[in-house]
Design a protein around this ligand. Sequence first.
Ligand code: PLP
Length: 396
Amino acid sequence: MLTHQAPYRFSQRSSYLERSVMRDLLKHAVDPNIISLAGGLPASECLPLAQLKDCMNTVLERDGTAALQYAPPYVPLRQWIADYMNRRGVACDVSNIFITNGNQQALTILSRLFLDMGDYAVIEDAVFTGVQQGTKGIGAKVLSIPTHLQTGADVDELEDLLQQYDVRMVVLIPDFHNPLGVSMSESKRRYVVELAERYAVPVVEDDAYSPLRFSGETLKPIRAYDESGYVFYIGSFSKMLAPGLRLGWMVIPDELMAKVTVIRESIDLETSTLTQRTVHEFLSRGLLDAHLQQLNAEHQIRANALMNALDTHLADIAAWTQPEGGLFAWAELPEELNTWEMLPEAIANGVVYIPGGAFATHGGKLNCLRLNFSNVKPEKFDEGLRRLRQVIQKHL
Ligand SMILES: Cc1ncc(COP(=O)(O)O)c(C=O)c1O
């Protein structure tokens, strides 16, 4: 192993970044003795392995070394995405589609575009750590708003903050929020658009999950209601196809394309040529709908199994969200319980979850936990929740 004791002088910016507990907990996902409710992955059994393999072979045979070279973003893929976004109510052209390595990269690019160190950003009280890394992590001053467990982010609180502070960027997760699982109501989506325009503030709509709906009503993206250009939609193939592809997109106005391209170039030159062409081949063969149907049907079975297990083992002490899609449910235990403290005991007892505190923008959420249902075999939930109850019982 290569080690050095050199007195490195780190950048101030690097000191804002905190290690994410998610990475540490992911290792339990592969321990066969532990039932992991901690992951954030779509069902492995449903990933379209054979189809992607065939698509990649076709691309390599058809395009030869062109598929292996540096190349500008693949226009047929951008066109497919533009058509897809139009079908979802977002008016845009191929020229508005910017290919990324996924939503985390899109967040990084937009943060660099709109946030200087010390600027105010608004995110939610409980939110995916990547959103915190993309705002707090680059030295922004982060303000936060609560999220209602049925209707999504509190837009009145958002307006209060926009009135009081010179906010330079807002990040929201309107569909199947990570970690809360909730989707934002249509009226709130419309209100966010009004606020973005009134306060001239960029709102990043982080949509990693909307295609993963298995029940309830499909809602249009916030961007579908926006005519001001202040809403920035970022979409990803990670959950709808496969996280390992590292492929996503942004919908941005023509005027910003050059600026965004330069920022992207400072991070890396382009998204993998081979991946873009392979995914385009998959999409143009019309395979996405059948894949999503199969994936969502399996996720629904698993979500139901989690709900049943929660009913059986925690109904007397906990409340939880009822997912209509996405990957997660959010559970709240009695106030006095601390899910961080319980975690080592839970792991020793063969079950792991993510403590709510891991997502808390400004602390708290200590009695909460995020439960993943998508990548757990349905027959495991009952035993997993039984093990969890045993641990909770000792703390009641
Ligand atoms: C809300 C949210 N945004 C972004 C990401 C990162 O997505 P990607 O794989 O597209 O970078 C995730 C991943 O879990 C997420 O939950």
